[in-house]
Ligand binder design. Structure first.
Ligand SMILES: Nc1ncnc2c1ncn2[C@@H]1O[C@H](COP(=O)(O)OP(=O)(O)OP(=O)(O)O)[C@@H](O)[C@H]1O
Ligand SMILES: [Mg+2]
Length: 358
C-alpha cells in the first residue's frame, strides 16, 4: 500500500496479507505483541547495541537522552523502539505524529506541557508542516520556543523555556527530512529488513504470547514468507493459527504452515497473487521484457500506480525484476522462481529481442 502517500483512503492493496502497513486487526493485537525492553527486541543487533550505549550513558549521567531518529520501512519496529526508549529511561512518553501537527501552535502546546525527561514520539516526522518544523529546530537545540503573540507589525515573540526532553522521530522516508532537522538528532538508527532467522525468533516469541504451539519448521516456513518484516510475520502467524485450529489439531508445523499460506496465496518467497501476476505477465506475455510499465499494468488488469508502488518495490528488492530505461525486465531469478525456462538468447543478439511498447 502507499504508506508514504498523503491520502489514507483504503484501496484493494490495503487488504493484502503481505502489506507492510498496519491494518485494523494489527493495531488491535500489536500492543500485546510489542517487546517491552531492548532485551526482548529481536534482531537489529547494531541498532540495539548503539541505542543501549546511548541510553545507558544518559542514565549514568542522570541526564535526558539525546534525540533519536528512527528510520526504516513500515512494520520494522519504529513505534516499538520508541516505547522501549521511554521505558528504558523510566520516562513517560507522549505520542503524536507529523500530520497531526498542522500549526506551530499545536506543537508549542505539546512542547510546553512536557515534563522533564519525557519522551516525545513524533511519528511520520517527515509530514510535519514547515512552520512547526522550524519551531522544532529551536526546541531540540535550545529547549526553547518562541511563541508568537498577535498579528502583523504588532506581533511579538515571547520566548518560552522548555524542560529537557527526548525527541524520538520516526520516518519511513529519511531522505525527505530537511538536513537541519536530521542534523539535530544525536543518534540516528537505520532499521533494516530482518533476516529469516530473526523473523523465526519473532514468530516463536509471538506464538508464545498468543498461546500457539509451533515447532521450528513451522516458524521457519512463516518467517521465510514474511518479507523481512515482523509485522507481516505476526500477521501470517495469526492466519496460520486460524487454519491450524480449523483444519488441523491447532499445532503449527511445516506442513500446516505451508498449506495455510497456500490458501492465502502467499508463496515461499512471500509473493502474493498480485506479485505473481506481474511476474507471470512479464515472463509469459513479454518474454521477460523489457516492457513498459503501462503495458505491463494493462496486461495484469491493474492500475499503473498499483503495479509500480505496490508490487514492484518488493520484486525489485528480491532481485526478481529490474527497472531499466527501456522498461521492466525479469531477472534469471524470476524465471527460476516461477519454474519457467527463459527463451534461448539468439546467437550474437544482446538482449534486443522482446522489445515492447513503453
Ligand atoms: N524487533 C522486533 N522484535 C519483535 N517484534 C517486533 C520487532 N519489531 C517489530 N515487531 C512487531 O511488529 C509490529 C510492528 O512494529 P511497529 O509498529 O513498531 O512498526 P513501525 O516501524 O512503527 O511501523 P509503521 O512504519 O507502520 O509505523 C509490532 O507489533 C511488534 O510486535
Ligand atoms: Mg509505527
Amino acid at each position: 500500500m502507499n504508506w508514504d502517500d498523503e491520502t489514507t483512503t483504503p484501496t484493494a492493496a490495503d487488504a493484502r496479507l503481505v502489506a507492510p502497513a498496519a491494518d485494523g486487526e494489527d493495531s488491535a493485537v500489536e500492543a500485546a505483541l510489542r517487546p517491552k525492553s531492548l532485551d526482548e527486541f529481536v534482531g537489529q543487533e547494531r541498532v540495539r547495541q548503539q541505542l543501549d550505549l546511548v541510553l545507558r550513558a544518559a542514565r549514568q549521567r542522570g541526564a535526558t537522552a539525546d534525540h533519536v531518529l528512527l528510520s526504516g520501512a513500515p512494520g520494522l519496529g519504529k513505534t516499538t523502539l520508541s516505547m522501549i526508549i521511554a521505558s528504558e529511561m523510566n520516562a513517560p512518553i507522549r505520542i503524536t505524529s507529523g500530520p497531526a501537527i498542522q500549526h506551530a501552535g499545536d506543537l508549542a502546546a505539546i512542547l510546553s506541557s512536557l515534563q522533564e525527561g519525557e519522551v516525545l514520539f513524533l511519528d511520520e516526522i517527515h509530514r510535519m508542516s514547515r512552520p512547526a518544523e522550524e519551531m522544532l529546530y529551536m526546541a531540540m537545540e535550545d529547549f526553547r520556543v518562541d511563541v508568537i503573540v498577535g498579528k502583523g507589525p504588532g506581533a511579538t515573540a515571547i520566548p518560552l523555556e522548555l524542560p529537557p526532553f527526548t525527541l524520538v522521530g520516526a520516518t519511513t522516508r529519511a531522505g525527505l527530512l530537511p538536513p537541519p532537522l536530521r542534523d539535530r538528532f544525536g543518534f540516528t538508527a537505520h532499521m533494516e529488513f530482518y533476516e529469516p532467522a530473526e523473523l523465526e525468533r519473532v514468530v516463536h516469541r509471538s506464538a508464545q504470547l498468543l498461546d500457539v504451539v509451533i515447532d521450528a519448521d513451522g516458524a521457519a516456513e512463516i518467517a521465510g514468507r514474511s518479507r523481512g518484516t515482523p509485522r507481516i510475520a505476526n500477521r501470517l502467524l495469526r492466519r496460520v493459527r486460524d487454519y491450524a485450529q480449523v483444519e488441523a489439531d491447532g499445532r503449527i508445523g511445516r506442513k500446516v504452515a505451508a498449506a495455510a499460506l497456500q490458501v492465502y496465496e502467499v508463496d515461499t518467497r512471500g509473493l502474493d497473487r498480485l506479485d505473481r501476476a506481474v511476474l507471470q505477465a512479464l515472463l509469459k506475455l513479454f518474454g521477460g521484457g523489457p516492457v513498459g510499465l503501462s503495458t505491463l499494468a494493462v496486461a495484469v488488469g491493474e492500475e499503473r500506480e498499483t503495479v509500480e508502488e505496490v508490487a514492484e518495490p518488493f520484486l525489485v528488492r528480491e532481485g526478481l525484476l529490474a527497472r531499466t530505461p527501456r522498461g521492466r525486465v525479469a531477472t534469471p531469478a524470476a524465471w527460476a522462481h516461477l519454474g519457467l525456462t527463459p527463451p534461448q538468447q539468439a546467437q550474437g543478439a544482446s538482449g534486443q529481442q522482446g522489445l515492447f511498447g513503453t
